[in-house]
Write a protein that binds this ligand. Structure first.
Ligand code: FAD
Length: 401
């Protein structure tokens, strides 16, 4: 019998794929419910994967794991995920930003599909079974919880992420190397941001950089009442997850709100406006992707009064405005969890794993899948995709190996 430890996305996908190869499979789940994260994922809609169309585009979604996932994605990728769910009656849609959701906009559709499929294939689920160790036996392994033991010929560990290092102790005690876990996918707290009252205002295309590093991420930006959020900030938090944890979440960000226009071009544009329409007011200027409310705030921050005739816009004031638009600096003090999706950077070291089978090199017969591994993606469905891909390979290999 194959035992899958953890009844989340990766655990169910591994169990279903092992059972579909003819193996008897039991899922051991410590909680009293399975698939809890799938339920709350994507704000209750479950962003099940991403619709990106190239392998490179898919790999680019993983600050940790991009190299190792290349092979696995040639066997089961995001298109395979979409086909898998659609073949089982879940209609999916790809939104403009690439995120894939069930047409129902209800994570229940994904959960029901996984539960039905597991049931159809005879996968058994034991709830309230918190595994705390594994020991070898003559026929495979003995799995121990506080009050129970169970025999298994193969094991698939899919216990998920978690930024508490203690939760990996039982794996570490088997000699498995754990990369210190830290949170990823969070928003930035900026208590003295001059934009706090502009909450809800967004910039279509910005570049967010971490001062003193090479990290710079382009994408939509959102002002919130506590600081900054939006895809560019979330991706930045993912790419820089470990560095930001080391800084104790105290660092400077720089924001370019018009990355496609150089400082010189913007300066020239503003000078041209002031020369050609000297009697127009400064607030009538429209810049692509910057709302009028935000533009007015940028003028105020540059010491330019609203109502100023463009003809009176000095060279120095123009330079200050260009600076505010292209290089605003803000001090981040702390982070806020992004409730739509958060994940762990760190976990089982990828050096421990054979990615052809997801088997632990030190412990043949024990496979790993999902977020328990040191793999995590940016927001947009990449995290579930890693769970489906690694779960598929672990399930098929554990049954056939
Ligand atoms: C609020 C939120 C929203 C999210 N939304 C999205 C989204 O829309 N799209 C996306 O791609 N990603 C999303 N994610 C990330 C995604 O949910 C995870 O990456 C994914 O669930 C990982 O699947 P997993 O099976 O590896 O782990 P999990 O889903 O965490 O499952 C692990 C399971 O193992 C059990 N377990 C742990 N230890 C033991 C043990 N010792 N014994 C027995 N059982 C154990 C746990 O109780 C849990 O049920 C979201 C995350 C959060 C927190």
């Amino acid at each position: 019998m194959i035992c899958v430890i953890g009844g989340g996305a990766a655990g169910f996908f591994a169990a279903i794929n092992a059972a579909s190869q003819g193996c008897k499979v039991t899922i051991l789940e410590k909680g009293n419910k399975v698939l809890s994260k799938v339920r709350v994922s994507g704000g209750g809609r479950c962003n099940v994967t991403n619709g990106v169309t190239t392998l490179q585009g898919l790999l680019d979604g993983y600050p940790r794991g991009h190299k190792e996932l290349r092979g696995p994605f040639t066997r089961f990728n995001n298109q395979d995920t979409m086909n898998w769910f659609e073949d089982r009656g879940v209609s999916l849609k790809i939104e403009k930003d690439g995120r894939v959701f069930p047409v129902s906009d209800d994570s229940g559709s994904i959960i029901d599909c996984l539960l039905d499929e597991a049931d159809r294939l005879g996968v058994e689920v034991k709830l309230g079974f918190a595994v705390d160790s594994i020991s070898p036996s003559s026929t495979g392994f003995i799995i121990h919880s506080k009050n129970n033991t169970l025999q298994a010929s193969k094991i698939i560990v899919t216990t998920g992420g978690g930024s508490k290092p203690e939760s990996y102790n039982w794996l570490q005690s088997m000699g498995i190397q754990i990369v210190y876990p830290v949170p990823s996918l969070f928003t930035f707290n900026i208590p003295d941001s001059p934009y706090l009252d502009l909450m809800g205002v967004s910039v279509q295309d910005a570049v967010v950089s971490i001062s003193g590093s090479k990290i710079a991420v382009q994408g939509p930006l959102l002002f919130t009442h506590w600081g900054l959020s939006g895809p560019a900030v979330l991706k930045c938090s993912s790419v820089a997850a470990r560095m930001l944890q080391e800084s104790n979440y105290s660092f400077e960000v720089q924001v370019d709100m018009l990355p496609e226009v150089s400082q010189d071009t913007l300066r020239t544009q503003l000078r041209t406006f002031s020369q050609q329409q000297p009697s127009k007011k400064i607030e009538t200027i429209r810049l692509d992707g910057i709302s009028s409310r935000l533009f007015e705030r940028l003028c105020e921050l540059s010491g330019i009064p609203i109502g100023l005739d463009l003809g009176n816009l000095s060279k120095q004031a123009t330079n200050r405005l260009v600076d505010s638009i292209k290089a605003t600096r803000m001090n981040v003090v702390g982070k806020t969890t992004f409730k739509e999706e958060f994940v762990t950077c760190g976990g089982v070291s990828l050096k421990e794993i054979d990615f052809k089978t997801m088997e632990c090199k030190k412990h043949p017969g024990i496979h790993f899948a999902g977020e328990v591994l040191d793999i995590d993606g940016v927001t947009g469905g990449f995290n579930f995709q890693a769970a489906w891909t690694t779960g598929f390979i672990a399930g098929v290999s554990a049954c056939n190996g």
